[in-house]
Design a protein around this ligand. Structure first.
Ligand SMILES: NC(=O)c1ccc[n+]([C@@H]2O[C@H](COP(=O)([O-])OP(=O)(O)OC[C@H]3O[C@@H](n4cnc5c(N)ncnc54)[C@H](OP(=O)(O)O)[C@@H]3O)[C@@H](O)[C@H]2O)c1
Length: 231
């Protein structure tokens, strides 16, 4: 499968490149010009389109001919970075392509997620501080996801829990709503978040879903699935 990875140089992006290459996919990576060096170890095995991910011309070139597009949605700055990125992918991806986007648990598709007070407080405090410093605009990631949810493309929005580094534990488990018991541990290895994103490309059961994920070896996941993780 020819796959475009938008935001390939970040931590999640690099893990996605690694998983996609291991599956035998042909990879096109998009990252900012100054970050191309972060993809040095892959340079002979992938093609790179340098540029900002909300640059429509960059995305138009990068997604051409791709059957799958994996997009890291990050709310950097206050210039509609996430929503501009998402809109360009929605507009220029090949008809019928599988589109998989990353975000956090704070995104809700149907308003039925149940958040702890601590979680809501943390999102509000982080959002206020980041906006005040003009570093991050969480509302723009929300706007980006609204556009995706309203789209008739073949999308999936993967909602990551708190993340940690470490070796892979296998494919995370997921649920439709934050607040479900299986997600209580709120912890996923970043490498496995990336694995879930890549696997979603070929899982049509995830089309038009916004799975909230958690590590398959966390206590809350094991309490619901006695069996071990899928690899
Ligand atoms: N961090 C968490 O705990 C957490 C929790 C839940 C969900 N998530 C989700 O996981 C995904 C990846 O998050 P991550 O924290 O692991 O980050 P990450 O993978 O390291 O990605 C950060 C991305 O932002 C880009 N970036 C950095 N500074 C930028 C700037 N000033 N302007 C434009 N782009 C900039 C990076 O590109 P360069 O390589 O060019 O710098 C990179 O592509 C996101 O969708 C996030 O919502 C994260």
């Amino acid at each position: 499968m020819k796959v475009c990875i938008v935001g390939a140089s970040g931590k999640l992006g690099q893990y996605m490149v690694q998983h996609a290459l291991e599956r035998g996919d042909e990879v096109v990576g998009v990252c900012r010009e100054q970050s191309v060096g972060k993809l040095e170890r892959f340079k002979d095995r992938i093609s790179i389109v340098p540029g900002r991910t909300n640059d429509r011309e960059v995305i138009r070139r990068a997604v051409a001919g791709c059957e799958g597009v994996l997009t890291v949605l990050v709310p950097w700055g206050v210039q509609q970075y996430a929503s501009g990125t998402a809109q360009a992918v929605l507009d220029f991806a090949e008809p019928g392509a599988r589109l998989v986007f990353s975000c956090g648990w704070h995104i809700t598709k149907d308003g039925k997620d149940v958040y702890s007070r601590k979680f809501l407080w943390a999102v509000a405090a982080f959002g206020w501080l980041a906006r005040a410093l003009r570093l991050v605009d969480i509302d723009d990631q929300v706007a980006a996801c609204k556009r995706i949810f309203a789209s008739d493309t073949r999308w999936t929005v993967v909602r990551g829990s708190d993340l940690e580094e470490g070796p892979s534990q296998g494919l995370p488990v997921w649920s439709q709503h934050v607040g479900d018991d299986i997600l209580r541990s709120n912890r996923t290895r970043r490498i496995d978040f990336a694995l879930f994103m890549v696997e979603a490309l070929t899982n049509d059961g995830l089309i038009h879903e916004a799975p909230a994920i958690v590590g398959c070896q966390t206590a809350s996941a094991l309490a619901h699935h006695a069996s071990s993780c899928e690899h």
